[in-house]
Design a protein. Sequence first.
Lengths: 447, 311
Amino acid sequence: MSKRSFSALALLAILLLSFSVISVQAQDAAPTATPNVAEIGSGGTHISFWNGLTGSDGVTLNEMLTQFAAENPDVSVTVEIIAWNTLYQKLQTAFVAGTYPDVFMLHASEVPQYASFGVLRDMGDQYTSGGGWLPDEDISATTMSGMVYDGVTYGIPLDNHGRGLWINKTMFEAAGLSTDPATAPTTYEGWVELFQKLTLDANGNNALSPDFDPANVVQWGYTVGEWPNVNFLAALYQNGGSFLSEDGSTITINSEAGITALQQAVDLVYTYHVSPPSAGFDTWQGFGAGTVAVLPTGTWYRNQSLLQSDIDSMAWPNWQWGPNQATWFGTHTFMLPVGLEGEKLDAALKLIQWVSQTENQVIWASSGQVPARLSAQAALNAEEYPSNILLGQTFGAYGIQDPRTTVTQELLSLMDASLQEALNGIKPADQALNEAAQLMQEALDRA
Amino acid sequence: MSTMNQRLDGPRRLSLPFSVNLKTREIIAAYIFLAPFLIFFSIFFVRAAISSVSISFHDWRLLRPSTPYVGLDNYIDLFDDDIWWASVQHTVYFAVMTVTGTTILGLAAALAVTRPVRGQGFYRVLLYIPQLMSVGAIGLIWNWLLSGQFGVINYLLSFFGVRPINWLGDPNLVLPALSLATIWWTFGFPMLIFIAGLQGIPEHLYEAAKIDGANGRQAFWYITLPLLRPTILFVTVTGVIGHFQVFGQPYIITGGGGPGRASWTVIIYLYQNAWVGFRMGYGAAVAVTIALIMAIITAFQFFVISRRVEY
């Protein structure tokens, strides 16, 4: 190969590779999640429906929609299940390109962002207060507030899904602890002691024993790894803190209460040795393998726990580490794009109304989530849906939701990385929170 | 009869309505063959690249109707951001480790499979197979291999009395671990290039060296390596460009670039801003800056290595 032709070839290769970077803006840089597409029904009026229900809840909803299509033979539905983060990206690009779905599902915390873009249909006419079919009083005030932005109601809530604990009953009994949720501690110190009794090293010593070997733990009492954001929010509010100032203009997570809340979680890893660091530890695998005693997770764990026949588990309310009670919950919400009309609008509304009927909301509880309609919550069978009922009551009593801003996803993403830095011992809790608060404030100011 | 004539005359030549010499005909034919690629390249790459440069001077949000011009503000913000510089540092560290590893392993593998051994083709295919896998599959495989809970690597190390290592949870270990995964995945391409390079070295040079009493090591250092310099230049330049754009491995294996931001690379930084924060203007500024950095690194490599390259 001559020097000249080699140089030409190399430069061409470099040019191509360089262009591939600079044009990354025009592409989805993320590895695209494979959409789970289901064609349901064969009716002439066809609608598309995007949601992010990638777990067993998506399977439940598709089964419900199959029943819907059987009862409504004039309608067919293409359901695309896309991981939430990818769904947010795909929705924005779809609205730009004009290829958005006829129905889609978001979390209530996303309502302000999409409403501010002007792409959501006003759904107020579906509530009885607007002449529609859904009784306003059948939705809790907290859930209802998540549907509204600037006085306009944009969503029809499907459920409340949120945080609680799953405990390994066998480990509790072996440690001499009661499995009755009423006996759960109400202070941070009480919870630490419980976790210490449940954390065992290879020699069988628990974390309260002077002979305990923290470098050789075989059974963890707790794990800080699953979704640090929502755990932190709960601890933040329990300690009297808040995410935003009252006027919504200032990030306040780095208050004294915030630093206390994060430090409590960090201490579980590095001071009390009752939890592994968050990174590199799969919490569900750990619980399923019998190496974690208390799994902080959510309503969505119900079906997973039923599958794990070798683990005797049950739901508990979320822990209480501060003087107040608090647990995080969110709301899956049906949305329609502005401009949808005619037969497609009728079919989309028919689908939402069908899923939202009280008897179908009860079926939806089999996904693990708590139905949004209070009448459906009241109709749940205690034998069949113990976790839905127990955790649903905590959401109603002291549930907190994500902050409502037009940049909530960006704020939570920034916070998550900083929380992880503290939980993995990379930065002290106060430094991590101060840095997060600064980045989040800049994002909020840009909005 | 006409078919017979065509066969006797050879393939039909490109007929043009005007008179041109042979060289011009060849150039025109080359461009005609290249045209489909160039058209799509222009539409999907060049246009997008130019558009990115333009977007980088605006506060551009996907669904916001207004995109105000902000001049160099995005670039100024970028250069003020500590997370950006940390991401650059992680990327350089990763790229240096990975390019070094893939180059050495690729060369070693090429030397091994160019020897006249039985099953040579089989070994070549076997060593190249990882390169054919998608980043998603590689990510899942190495997530399991490196798992601190149930990973195969920790299991094997336990036979030597090594306690479980949190490969993906330790900020000091995560980038070397990701580099290891990437070296295993991508050394097949340099291996192929090195095989081609080795086959281009005249056999008589080795014969002459042998007659002069050179052993295998001397032949490698004084014949093989110097004559492979053009190949090494190509492998390292394309390797740096490719590995500087690493995204899938840290994003999938660590679940987003963790622990914390310990494995955030420049492309993860770009992704977070453009596709999580939806700051397209800022993301475009990041993309343009990455392209400029790579152009500078490439020019430097060319300048340093090509001065001693023998063609």
